[in-house]
Design a protein around this ligand. Structure first.
Ligand code: FAD
Length: 277
């Protein structure tokens, strides 16, 4: 049994060896079929333009970039997005919930951070039509194909974009796969993809735990707690993916390590921290 953390903090990848038919999945497209080997493949970077920007929640924005070529992205990977006139930022592509999938459009969920040079400009200085380039996809926290192990998918904030894309692809591959989703948000309003959670929860083989940390007008559907409390008892057969706040991701990785479960974790580290050696 082995355990390894690769290149923390930018890419904390931890490895420990060791009635879903109703789930109406969008058509194939934005996410290429998961290849049969374990290596992610890509065609390189592509250029494009900002196609649409839409508010999803108080501080969450959906950004759609139309690309000149199709980019092959595996669920759970991330890309560097450079919008003309702004510094590049790392974002995690996701699957649209309602719209039909378009191979030439890549969808992101971006959290506005206070004084964020890019996120604060979305919908203001950055609008539709602005040129953009997207790097070839990176990251090893992508969904491995052809497996039936239970998936435990944990996210905070915009990390749900990756969780949604992985759950979507996993259920498309095997509609009966057992999945546990733990989606954490700071506030109730941040659970911006409630519709996705509801759809996932409708699958008998999928357990969903929406968690908020702050008790602002809580609803009974949302737990107020530390998301780690909702981690199921793990076995070495489980596969865990975690995306979002570094503290949460580290906590999840630690729980997985203790259980000997395979864990792929991607902390959303701020660009300035990434640059720090
Ligand atoms: C692998 C990976 C995947 C990512 N995927 C996504 C994604 O899908 N969606 C998304 O919204 N973001 C994602 N991020 C984070 C994203 O790359 C940017 O760091 C973030 O959007 C802030 O950029 P900005 O230009 O708005 O802020 P900056 O100008 O870089 O920072 C402004 C201020 O905000 C602080 N800050 C920056 N980021 C955060 C943060 N996450 N939490 C708290 N404070 C912060 C900075 O320390 C600074 O003080 C990801 C990061 C990584 C490493």
């Amino acid at each position: 049994m082995s355990f390894a953390i690769r290149s923390f903090p930018r890419n904390l990848s931890v490895e420990c060896s060791a009635e879903s038919a109703q789930f109406a999945l969008p058509a194939r497209g934005a996410f290429a079929p998961v290849p049969s080997d374990k290596k992610a493949s890509s065609i390189g970077s592509v250029t494009g333009r900002v196609h649409a920007i839409r508010n999803l929640a108080a501080d969450m924005v959906k950004v759609v970039i139309s690309t000149d070529e199709q980019l092959e992205i595996l669920p759970g990977q991330h890309v560097q997005v450079c919008i003309s006139g702004f510094p590049s930022r790392v974002y995690s592509p996701t699957v649209p919930l309602k719209e039909p999938v378009d191979n030439r459009k890549i969808c992101f969920h971006v959290r506005r951070v206070a004084n964020g040079r890019v996120s604060s400009a979305l919908g203001a200085a950055i609008g539709p039509g602005r040129k953009a380039s997207i790097s070839r996809p990176e990251g090893s926290a992508f969904l491995r194909p052809g497996l039936s192990n239970r998936l435990v998918l944990v996210s905070s904030g915009a990390g749900f974009a990756s969780v949604w894309s992985i759950a979507h692809a996993a259920l498309r591959e095997n509609a009966e796969r057992e999945i546990v989703v733990i989606a954490e948000a700071k506030h109730r309003g941040d659970l911006y993809l409630a519709n996705a959670l509801v759809r996932l929860a409708a699958c008998p083989n999928v357990r969903v735990h929406p968690v908020i940390r702050a008790a602002d007008k809580p609803q009974s559907a949302f737990w107020i707690n530390n998301p780690l409390v909702f981690m199921p008892r793990l076995s070495p057969d489980d596969i865990v993916h975690a995306f979002g706040a570094p503290l949460l991701v580290e906590g999840v990785a630690s729980v997985a390590r203790t259980a000997g479960a395979l864990c792929y974790a991607e902390p959303f580290v701020a660009a300035e921290l990434e640059a720090t050696p």
